[in-house]
Structure formats: structure tokens, C-alpha cells
Design a protein around this ligand. Structure first.
Ligand SMILES: *[C@@H]1O[C@H](CO)[C@@H](O)[C@H](O)[C@H]1NC(C)=O
Length: 312
């Protein structure tokens, strides 16, 4: 929705600089009209659903402030319905991996695809330094804007030399990850959309000024990890996982023993409609089935990086 305004501003800037001195005053006034980037508030409530698509027909279950939903699987009518109810929508996509069931998957060139993610059929690490990969991601961000998303949740940002299959079989470094994250955030900001840094705490300090929140998986289960958000000062949407739809009191205590910048949800790993909050209450958001067809074209059976010859 902000795109036409932004383009108008850009052309004004180019035109303005060509015609000289009288224009800059007007320009700087207009520059301030660049859309304000949406930023969530500390303490806002949150639900995330990435398996199947949210169905709003029975209302808001649970009724939270922010819904983190799949960019592709979520119908635009759902986003509109949530906005009508005063809610915010964060749109999830994978920025660091190819997913062979996505509509634009064929855009990724073989040269830009690295190791398979061993546990995730159909996914390979992407060369985030590639201009071709960037073109696809810029289109995804434009698509998020067209759908009305308030922010993006680009996943698989922890693409560095040590945490993932030797830099994804692509030699990616922490510095690459930080550069890429900053670029994604800047692109989202052009449309007034915020961005959350997904995991990748090693680059948190390098991107803190350009992201509006963080999304974390399992920092409580990975002992000490939650400490890395100290001083971040922005909301952390924090997900801890359980194997089945039940939460022991120990798990609840461990997951929820966080400072006030954290909003914690307990989910099963498939991130379906089921959620438990820190008050111990559970809800199941109604969803419509959406078959993903994962691992049919690439990374069949989640092959290892080694078997692909990408690492030693
Ligand atoms: C969900 O399924 C119902 C029942 O089949 C259908 O009426 C509705 O349009 C679907 N909603 C979305 C968002 O696809």
C-alpha cells in the first residue's frame, strides 16, 4: 500500500536534484513523509501459525495483538479481517533457504543453492550474497506489502560459518548474515513494514538499529541464549517447543522465566494452531488445511550436506 507513495518520492528526488536550488526545501519536507515503520510494543501478545492457514470464521482464537503467519499460505482476506479487528500481521517467509514448494522456487538458480537442511525436506541454504537471490527476496517483500503485512519475519538468518553446515556449503559468514539482514530490513522499511530478527543472536548487535523486534526459537531450552537479548530493549517473540500438546509445569517455568521484553508462546515444532501461554492457558486457532508438498523437487528425504558433496 505504501509502494506508490515511495516511488513518487523517489522520482521527486531525482527530478528535484536536476532542477536546482529552490526544490530541496520542498524535498526535505516530503522526505519526512516516507512511511513510518511499524514497530510493536513491548508486552504485546502474539500467536504464530506456519502450518495450515488461519481461519477467522469462528473469530479470534486466541485474541492476541499480533499474528505471525505464512506469507504465501495466508489468504489476503485473513490479513484484512485481522486488520479490521485492530490486529497486526507479521508475515513469515524463508529468506535464507530455498523451499521447493513455494510459487517462486524456480527463480533460485542451482549456483545459489547450498547444502540441504538435514532435518527439513525441500530446503537448501541460499547464497545470500547473490543478486539473483536478492531480486527474489525484494519481490517477496513487495508481495508482503501488497498483502497488507505490517512486518516481515524472514527466517533462516543464522547463516554463518559455524552454526549451519559450514556456512550452508556456500562459505557464508556472520558478516554476510548481518549485511543481508540490514538489507532486508531496509527494503521492508521502504513500505513502512517492520522486521524481526529471527534467532541469529550473533548478529543482533549489528542489526539492532534497523529491526523493530526479534523472534526467537528455544533460547530457554538452549541454556544461556536468552541472555543475548539483554539490552536489546525491543520486543522478543519467544517460542519454546514441546513434542506434543501438553506442557509440564517445569517447562512452563523454564520458558516463562524471562524479562518483560519477552512474549513467550509454547508451541509444537510444526507451528500449527495450538499454543500455550505463560498463564498456562492453551488455545487452538482454527486453520484450513494447506498441503505443502515439501521435498518433492529438491533435497528429497532431507539429504545431508555431505552426501551432496558440499562439505567435507
Ligand atoms: C477455509 O475453509 C472454509 C470452509 O471450507 C472456507 O469457506 C474458507 O473460505 C476458507 N478460508 C480461507 C482463508 O481459505
Amino acid at each position: 500500500m505504501y509502494a506508490p507513495i515511495y516511488r513518487a518520492l523517489l522520482s521527486t528526488a531525482i527530478f528535484g536534484s536536476a532542477i536546482g536550488a529552490a526544490v530541496p526545501a520542498v524535498l526535505s519536507e516530503r522526505d519526512t513523509q516516507v512511511p513510518t515503520v511499524w514497530a510493536p510494543e513491548v508486552g504485546s501478545t502474539y500467536q504464530i501459525i506456519l502450518t495450515n492457514s488461519m481461519n477467522l470464521e469462528s473469530g479470534l482464537v486466541p485474541n492476541v495483538d499480533i499474528y505471525d503467519l505464512d506469507l504465501y499460505d495466508t489468504d489476503i482476506s485473513v490479513i484484512g479481517g485481522l486488520h479490521a479487528a485492530g490486529k497486526k500481521v507479521v508475515c513469515y517467509f524463508s529468506a535464507g533457504t530455498s523451499e521447493d514448494w513455494r510459487a517462486d522456487w524456480a527463480e533460485f538458480k542451482e549456483k545459489d543453492k547450498g547444502a540441504c537442511l538435514p532435518q527439513w525436506a525441500g530446503e537448501r541454504w541460499l547464497n545470500t550474497r547473490s543478486a539473483d537471490v536478492w531480486n527474489t527476496m525484494a519481490k517477496r517483500i513487495a508481495f508482503a506489502n501488497e498483502k497488507g503485512c505490517d512486518a516481515i519475519d524472514p527466517d533462516n538468518m543464522e547463516i554463518d560459518g559455524y552454526s549451519n553446515e559450514n556456512g550452508g556449503g556456500l562459505g557464508l559468514t556472520t558478516r554476510d548474515a548481518a549485511t543481508y539482514a540490514r538489507k532486508l530490513a531496509a527494503e521492508a522499511a521502504k513500505y513502512g513494514m517492520g522486521m524481526g530478527l529471527k534467532n541469529a543472536q550473533e548478529i543482533l548487535g549489528s542489526v539492532r538499529d534497523v529491526v523493530q523486534f526479534a523472534v526467537n526459537e528455544e533460547c530457554a531450552a538452549n541454556e544461556g541464549d536468552c541472555q543475548s537479548y539483554q539490552g536489546f530493549g525491543k520486543p522478543v517473540y519467544h517460542i519454546e517447543y514441546v513434542n506434543s500438546r501438553s506442557v509440564s509445569s517445569n517447562k512452563l517455568r523454564q520458558a516463562c522465566n524471562m524479562d518483560s521484553t519477552f512474549t513467550t508462546v509454547i508451541k509444537t515444532l510444526n507451528l500449527d494452531g495450538w499454543v500455550t501461554f505463560c498463564d498456562g492457558k492453551s488455545y487452538t486457532t482454527p486453520t484450513n488445511y494447506s498441503a505443502p508438498n515439501k521435498g518433492r523437487k529438491d533435497c528429497l528425504n532431507s539429504k545431508s550436506a555431505r552426501s551432496l558433496g558440499l562439505v567435507n
